[in-house]
Design a protein around this ligand. Structure first.
Ligand code: ADP
Ligand code: MG
Length: 382
């Protein structure tokens, strides 16, 4: 993960409203489709004022359902849902309709009004304001999202990315307390997506809207979120800051969701589990317990050495041989063959910053960054 955070967005995060003030609260929310399909199962989460929370998870894990419940587009079947402490819905009872929730919505396929120009689209939700003020507010948002030059254009004359910017501006225009965004960048190509994410984050932080943003892309969540709720099969597996999820994963699913990992299972002996790249400490597990070891590709430090294994006197546990290396751009992916001290053999992957392209067959020494290595009880997790 190589997401860079600009100094300006760090600064705006630092000034965000403290966590204890709650804007949106969901408690023990459960949603079942057709009486059988459990889409959301006992989910509790909060969004603070000005806070960006990402609902992250694979397709079908219940993200959109949860967002639609928050928006009022789906009835609350079970649990509690409130905005600033006021209930929005009571299961089987009172229900504040979507348009009365002070909530801005933008979805992946948010359609603009085709017969209205861009400026009129953005000003659509501002009918209570005098015309001049409405224009001014709409123009200001178009400027912030880099779309001021298109104010008089019709939607069909815009590219997909431009339409998404306008849809975001339209959702933000009434200055809602809460923004609900469902994969709003997913139809854009990589470069444009980065730009629009960055612009959007700046606007969200500037207007101070609390945001619940759905994405299946871990890098997007790491970049956008103050906190991430990682979902699997309708449940939140872990909720925390991007750093907490990446560096202190509480479940194997959390580790593997952020990218492919090298994995072994083994037994705890003397507080350690043997792997082909050396023993890994397992302080939380009982002696003799079965353990699952997960090592991120970037945890492996690879150093070319001159001689093959059997001609050196060093501990063979930390030796390997290159199968092949590929340049990914900012990093290189090296496939390796390693042989452990106990004679066990394994193929594994190392990710190395920059251009590092050793020849196939090159003998290497391997070292392990233990902060990127995780041990769980075998059979644990989602
Ligand atoms: P995500 O947004 O994470 O991809 P969804 O909330 O769309 O997940 O879907 C969660 C689960 O609920 C999936 O198994 C999906 O097939 C099911 N589902 C979603 N919408 C409906 C619906 N209207 N009727 C029945 N099942 C649905
Ligand atoms: Mg979805």
């Amino acid at each position: 993960m190589t997401t860079m955070t600009s100094p300006s967005s760090e600064a705006s995060r630092a000034t965000a409203t403290p966590r204890h003030a709650t804007l949106l609260a969901m408690r023990h929310v459960r949603h079942v489709y057709d009486g059988a399909q459990v889409a959301v199962d006992d989910v509790s989460l909060t969004v603070g004022p000005g806070e960006v929370v990402c609902l992250l998870g694979p397709s079908g894990c219940g993200k959109t359902t949860l967002l639609r419940i928050a928006a009022g587009l789906e009835a609350l079947q079970e649990g509690e849902l409130s905005l600033r402490g006021e209930p929005l819905s009571v299961p089987g009872g009172r229900h504040v309709p979507p348009e009365k929730r002070s909530v801005g919505l933008a979805f992946q396929d948010s359609a603009l009004f085709p017969h209205l120009r861009v400026l009129e689209n953005v000003g659509f939700g501002l009918e209570s304001l005098p015309a001049g003020e409405r224009r001014e507010r709409a123009m200001a948002l178009l400027e912030q999202l880099g779309m001021a030059d298109y104010a008089r254009t019709y939607p069909h004359q815009l590219s997909g990315g431009q339409q998404q910017r306008v849809a975001l501006a339209r959702a933000l225009a009434p200055a809602p307390a809460l923004m609900l965004l469902d994969e709003p960048f997913s139809s854009l190509d990589a470069r444009l997506r980065e730009q629009i994410r960055d612009d959007t984050l700046h606007v969200l932080k500037r207007v101070g809207a609390g945001t619940l943003l759905v994405t299946h892309d871990p890098e997007e969540a790491m970049f956008m979120a103050d906190r991430i709720a990682l979902m699997h099969d309708g449940r939140i597996i872990q909720m925390g800051t991007p750093r907490e999820l990446y560096c202190e994963p509480e479940d194997p699913f959390v580790v593997s969701f952020f990218g492919a990992v090298n994995e072994w299972s083994g037994e705890v002996r003397d507080g350690r589990v043997a792997t082909p790249v050396g023993p890994v400490a397992a302080p939380a597990l009982a002696e003799g317990a079965r353990a699952r070891v997960m090592i991120r590709p970037e945890a492996l430090r690879v150093t070319p050495v001159e001689l093959p294994d059997d001609e050196r006197r060093e501990e063979p546990a930390r030796r390997g041989q290159v199968i092949q290396a590929r340049l990914l751009g900012r990093s290189s992916l090296v496939q390796l063959h390693a042989r452990g001290a106990d004679g066990s053999e394994a193929n594994l992957q190392a990710q190395v910053p920059g251009v590092f392209l050793p020849e196939p067959g090159q003998p290497v020494a391997l070292a392990l960054d233990t902060s990127q290595t995780f041990v769980f009880p075998a059979g644990a997790g989602a």
